[in-house]
Ligand binder design. Sequence first.
Ligand code: NAP
Ligand code: ZN
Length: 349
Amino acid sequence: MTTTTSAIAAARPGGPLAPTTVERRDLRPDDVLIDIAYAGICHSDLHQVHQDWGTAIFPMVPGHEIAGVVAAVGSAVTKYQVGDRVGVGCMVDSCGECEYCQAGTEQFCRKGNVQTYNGVGYDGENTYGGYSQQIVVKDAFVCRIPEGIDLDVAAPLLCAGITTYSPLRRWGAGPGKKVAVVGLGGLGHMAVKLAVAMGAEVTVLSQSLKKQEDGLRLGAKDYYATSDESTFQTLAGRFDIILNTVSAKLPVDAYLSLLRVGGAMVNVGAPGEPLEYNVFSLLGGNRALAGSMIGGIAETQEMLDFCAEHGVGAEIETINADQVNDAYARVEGSDVRYRFVIDVSTIGA
Ligand code: NAP
Ligand code: ZN
């Protein structure tokens, strides 16, 4: 027995997305049934619908920025009760036993974590994500959304929030550190807010000055256009950390030249094409070029609690289910301020 829930899916690679239904499993002892309220649109959803990262599973119900309310719990669940405000991010299962799971970095599970959508569960069933009215998730992969953050502005924290929080913490963003955020989109605007809340001095590096007012309002001290050649001369050797959130290929050497000695450029943007760089850009200055993938479940909870404490939420544009394809086109065109969030009650309405 399963439960049928309304959803939005891409039937084939490239889309478009259209209304459909998916089945959700009956609750196992450690499962939580969530009535989804809001689902964020991450650029990763577009990459996967477009198969930028390789062959994907269709039909695909994207969505790994999920916020909602617990509707039922399995017999062994003690952590959550009906009515609790909860979120689900990019993973819904992992082995729980390997060194990486034990260390709280389930995203690197040796058996392979189960992605929230475009994945296959350990039971062999395909996974379907948050563009749907209900989801069933193992309790260990559910996070609590603290009081004080509304569900709509909380949804994007489950991917954009943790993906930027984790590397900022790891690379030491804080007082006395100069952080550049490249790309002011969904991840980028969260990176600005989080790095500012951590006490760092933040500069936005965007393609143009179109969003300058917003960047400064979000707490950035400086804002530069990367289309302006002089930006790279002005900012040479300035930053301790550069967080690259761009969904497309960038001239990496030009960005590395903006790092101080010992600085790090950390990539979270995930374009399908390889990035290229000259190793001398690293040698000259003991610089690091790094990457970071989402964050573990415990760190995701830490991030949510940090956001509640510091009054941080996403800047969102809420849309109805029938606007999803238009929203995808706008994300593709860097025309998002700064995260689209689907009001899930409009799915199947
Ligand atoms: P987004 O909202 O579309 O933001 C990306 C931003 O990059 C755009 O707003 C734009 O900012 C800039 N940009 C886009 N195309 C560009 C180009 N051709 N040249 C220079 N800048 C460009 O996307 P997102 O949801 O933040 O996701 C960003 C990337 O992170 C995606 O590749 C996504 O798959 C990846 N991601 C990775 C992880 C991870 O675990 N590592 C997790 C989630 C997402 P400006 O207009 O300000 O220049
Ligand atoms: Zn994402």
